[in-house]
Structure formats: C-alpha cells, structure tokens
Ligand binder design. Sequence first.
Ligand code: CA
Length: 99
Amino acid sequence: GVTDDIPNPGVGSVSSANYSVDTRPADTTGPTTATIALANSALKAGQTTTVTITFTEPVSGLDVSDFVCGSGSLSAPVANADRTVWTSTFTPTLNANDA
Ligand SMILES: [Ca+2]
C-alpha cells in the first residue's frame, strides 16, 4: 500500500519479529503470609523433621539465611514446582524446647 516519490508502488510484504502480550494485571504486592509447620514437634534424640513453609503466592530466593533458628539447624529449603511450598529438614539441638 505504499509508493516512493515517482511514485512506484511498493512490492512484497514483511513480518515483524514475534511479540507477546502480558494480559495479567500488574502485581504490586509481595507475598503476605507464610505458614510454617513441622511434621513432628516432639522429636527424640537423633531425630529430624520436615519443615513445610507455605506461601500465598510463588516466591523466589528463599534460602536458609532467611530463617532465625536458635534451637537447631535447617537444611537449604527446596521448592515445589510452583514455588508456593518449600520444605527443609530441621535438626534440633539437644534438650531444646522452643517456638
Ligand atoms: Ca505478588
């Protein structure tokens, strides 16, 4: 549909590179609530337990340095496929009774 100054008609056609449209509303809020649950809260000597951390939306960047755990240690948390549920193994110090 275009011409040059003579005017000679333009020929052929071209296509743009692929593009995408994100139709989701802008996400302007961070995750609001995490729940933390221990599979076993009455451990015997030598036992460990799985800790499950559940978020309200997918999260990234969770690591063991994000936790304060004064009565034991946690392994590096591992996410499920949609990154809403993370699990870690808790190893308590002996004779701990702590929230
Ligand atoms: Ca969000």
